[in-house]
Ligand binder design. Sequence first.
Ligand code: ATP
Length: 313
Amino acid sequence: MGNKIVLDVSNVTKSFGNRVAVNNVSFTIREGEIFGFLGPNGAGKTTTMKMICGLTSITKGQIRVCNYDIPKDQEKALSYIGALIENPLMYPNMTGWDNLKYYASLYNNVSIKDIKKYAKIVGLEARLKDKLKTYSLGMKQRLGIAQALLHSPKLLVLDEPLSGLDPNGVKEMRDFLKILAHEYKIAILISSHMLSDMEQICDTIGIINNGQLLEIKSITSLRETIEGAKRIQVKVDYPNFAGKIIVNEMRLKVDLAGNRVLVYTSEDKISEITQKLVGYGINIFGIEVATKSLEQIFLEIINNKTKGKTNIV
Ligand code: ATP
C-alpha cells in the first residue's frame, strides 16, 4: 500500500430534510488500498459514494480526491475517479468492444491500447466481439468496471459490485480488483453487506450503520477478532472437574454446557488441553473447534458500538 492519500473524507454529513443519512463520517483511502464499506441496507453507503462522486451535494464536511476538493475543484477531482454506482448505461445491441469505444470517445485521451488493457484486466478480452445482451450479469459488471477505468482513474468507487454474482463471479472480481489495487496502485472503495466477501477482498473495512462509521478495521485486526472468537469444545465424562483443571493449570476461560467444556482459546492449545485432561484420568469423547460466524461478529460490532461500548466481542 502506498503512502499517498487518494481519498480524504472528513466529518461528512448528508441530510435529506430532517433525515440524517450520513452522520459525521471520516476516513481516508491510500494508493493501492482496497477499502470496504460494510453495512446493512440503508446504512448510508450509496449516499457517501454519491457525495464522493459529486452526484449529490455534501451537507457538511469535506471530501478531497487527490487533494482536489468536492465541490470546489469538482471537475479536477472527478477526473481522478472512476465509478460504478447503480447500473451503468450500456447498449445491449452493441458489442462489448463498441460499448467501451463509445465511452472512450467521451474522453479526450483514451487510446485503443487503454481500452484493450482494461478489457484484459477485467477478463473480457475473449468476449469483446459479442453483443452485450449475450453477457452474464458478472460480465456486464466487469464491462462496467472496465468502462469506469478507461480514463485511468486513481480512485475506483464500486457500489455493491458483487451483488447477484455467483461464487465463481465473486472470485474473478476479487482477483482482478486485487490486481488493480496492488499492481496498478488504484485506490478502491467498494461497498457490500456481505462480510465474508469483503474479508477476502479488502485491506481495510469500515463498518457503517445508521449513517455512522462505527469502526475502521484493518483486515489483520478483523482476522484477529475472528480468531479471538474461537472456542474449543471438549466432550468429557466429568465436565466440572475438567473445567477446573483447564482453569487452574492453563489459566484459560471456560464455560460448561452439559457434558461439554467450552474453552476460550485457539486450536494450538488442543494438544495441551487433551494431555492435561488425560493426565487426570478424564475420558475425552470428542473435540471440536467452534467459531462465531462472521455475520455474528459483525452484528456484535454494530450492537456494541451502537450501545456506546468499545469492546468488540
Ligand atoms: P442500500 O444497500 O440499501 O443502498 P445504503 O447503505 O447504500 O443501503 P443509502 O442508500 O445511502 O444506504 O441510504 C441511507 C439513508 O438515506 C436511507 O435511510 C435512505 O432512505 C436515505 N436516502 C437515500 N437517498 C435519499 C433521498 N434522495 N431522499 C431521501 N432519503 C434518502
